[in-house]
Design a protein around this ligand. Sequence first.
Ligand code: DCP
Ligand code: MG
Length: 405
Amino acid sequence: MEQVVSTDSDGNIDNTEGVIASIVAPENKSTSTSTSPKSASSNKNLNQRKIIHIDMDCFYAAVEMRENPSLKGKPIAVGGRPNSRGVVAACNYEAREFGVHSAMPMSQAFQKCPQLITTPVNMDLYKSVSKIIHSIFHEFTDIIEPLSLDEAYLDVSDSLHCNGSATLIAEKIRQRIFESQNITASAGIAPNKFLAKVASDWNKPNGQKVITPAEVDSFVKKLPVKAISGVGKVTAKRMTELGLITCGDLEELGQEGLHKYFGSFGERLYKYSKGIDNRPVETDWIRKSLSVEDTFAKDLPNLESCLLEIDKIYEELLNRLKRAKQKQRLFAKSLVVKLRFDDFETTTIQMAGTEPDKDAYKRLCSEAWQRGQRPVRLIGLGLQFNPPDMPEQLSLLEKRHPPTL
Ligand code: DCP
Ligand code: MG
């Protein structure tokens, strides 16, 4: 039995959830006994969902203005130099008034706005600001789908913050971002991602818009097709030629017509034209471990009493594992037991294993208990998982060493 042992003072083996997003990894704050996965979007009550889309206002430019307040009120563009064929990565709203926009060659931007002030791209700084903003999102929900450094969808359908009001949550998030980073964000609140994204653009900068389920029909009917994400210049031109100006026009053309002119995108367009978008908010959280811990009202006096408790905790672990597996494919790599003694000394012990196994947990518990031989105030049973790309490697190993029956 391969064992790895660790003892720590605050006794936390439950490093429950990790993140693989490169730019937005929030701190893992999970220290409680609860391991219920919050990171997967629920598909039930699709039209009852509360989705927030947050988009920072002129993000890179806003960070630059914050760093150098003398830039405020002047037209600025972040990007490459005009003489090196650079393009505008971001520009503030003052520069936009001159017709400057992202992805425009800097030389052209200068033609439009000779007094334009440029600053180089400071990506590390924007990433660090983004990280803080995403940690603010995590104060409200773990169901977050980052789209870029400055943009994310949040599913707050089950959030208890602000009495469950998504509108108030969005306000609070924007307020927190401003207080913390001194830059502004805009938000869209709607029953789905499509509409939330449209809405976040509605009252930009530093504003928000709510589209309630009851408003969806009338809102989409009048919505210009250009507002649909995915409708670029070419598609928009084609639509104008076809007399399709609003989503109402798209709906009238119907599914077949849309398919005829826009191929597979036509199906999505038809759904959007009716205000339907069932895509879940897809988080990139990957569960690294799952555990159930129980702190007892009265310390367990001896090993026997600990072993008796394991039956109950084990059942709960199986329940939670079942629920977690409905949301993610999980491949266990080890079983973990944690004990906290009455003097708060905490010890953890683990062994390799691909399935929960009550007897194995009891053996681990016995070994862990020998280290303290004192009354126990907390027992935790857990599993650690392989990253999702590992199962194939495992199955290769299994082929070489078939399990004995
Ligand atoms: N960006 C970029 N190149 C682009 C577009 C954007 O490098 N072609 C970067 C710079 C932006 C950031 O991404 O600051 C966010 O892009 P947005 O499209 O959200 O634009 P902004 O945040 O700058 O402005 P807005 O207030 O319209 O959201
Ligand atoms: Mg933005």
